[in-house]
Ligand binder design. Structure first.
Ligand code: 13P
Length: 251
């Protein structure tokens, strides 16, 4: 059985004290969530160290939102995978559309990042998804397939044990416009098939594929009821513990 996961991506929100308070609330309210749902919070870099103290020994896992594409050295402003593991991170999000769109993150760079993250023992949440223009042109399958192939096809079935895929249609992120459950299911199944083509059906069946994009307590149940949707990557609604936990209670 593949894992159900609800991950909060805080993006560039909250100060460190606010982040500590939010993490404490997630830990506390997360106690209601069935044990088979994994809870993850992905925080800005400065928050990781103090938030690691809050989530230590609890069911809540800690994630970064990005990492450097180099191991170490003269790369001013970057944060390496060994820095992330040294503060207790278990995951990193990679390839978020905001990074692809605003910071020139390419599939080539992502291959390097995924390599470094996995080698350091971090699990990776790799984001894929089309923008509105691509969706309207009916190119969403091609775009997602290319992102999966360009990045994940460079890895092995063994590596895939530590990879989660998040489908996040760019037109649904922060817009209040959620993909319908049918739209999401259709592309999740396609992503799973794309994984199966390279890694085999068993690996594809074991890989958790999350939906992200205006997911909230009111729509999570319908999304999570779909066969190939294994949870959510949550932005805005992850900034309020009751909403985030409300989503996690939707399985
Ligand atoms: P929203 O939930 O705010 O639409 O953001 C989704 C997202 O980008 C999570 O990574």
């Amino acid at each position: 059985m593949r894992k159900h996961i609800v991950a909060g991506n805080w993006k560039m929100n909250t100060t460190v004290p606010e982040g500590i308070a939010l993490a404490k609330a997630v830990v506390e309210e997360g106690a209601q969530v069935p044990a088979d749902v994994e809870l993850i919070i992905a925080t800005p870099y400065p928050h990781l160290y103090p938030v690691a103290e809050v989530v230590k020994g609890t069911r809540v896992a800690l994630s970064a939102e990005n990492c450097a594409d180099k191991e170490k050295g003269a790369y001013t402003g970057e944060v390496s995978v060994s820095m992330l593991t040294s503060v207790g991170c278990q995951y990193t999000i990679l390839g978020h559309s905001e990074r692809r769109q605003y910071y020139g993150e390419t599939d080539e760079k992502l291959v390097e990042k995924v390599k470094l993250a996995l080698a350091a023992g971090l699990k990776v949440i790799l984001c894929v998804g089309e923008n509105l223009e691509e969706r309207e042109a009916g190119k969403h399958f091609d775009v997602c397939a290319a992102q999966i192939k360009n990045v994940l096809y460079n890895f092995t079935a063994e590596d895939m044990k530590n990879v989660v895929v998040a489908y996040e249609p760019v037109w649904a992120i922060g817009t209040g416009k959620t993909a319908t459950a049918e739209q999401a299911q259709e592309i999740h199944a396609f992503i799973r098939k794309t994984l199966a083509d390279k890694f085999g059906a068993a690996v594809a069946e074991e890989t958790s594929i999350l939906y992200g994009g205006s997911c909230k307590p009111s729509n999570a149940k319908e999304l999570f009821a779909q066969k190939d949707i294994d949870g959510g990557l949550i932005g805005g609604a992850a900034l309020k513990a009751p909403d985030f936990i409300g989503i996690a209670l939707s399985f």
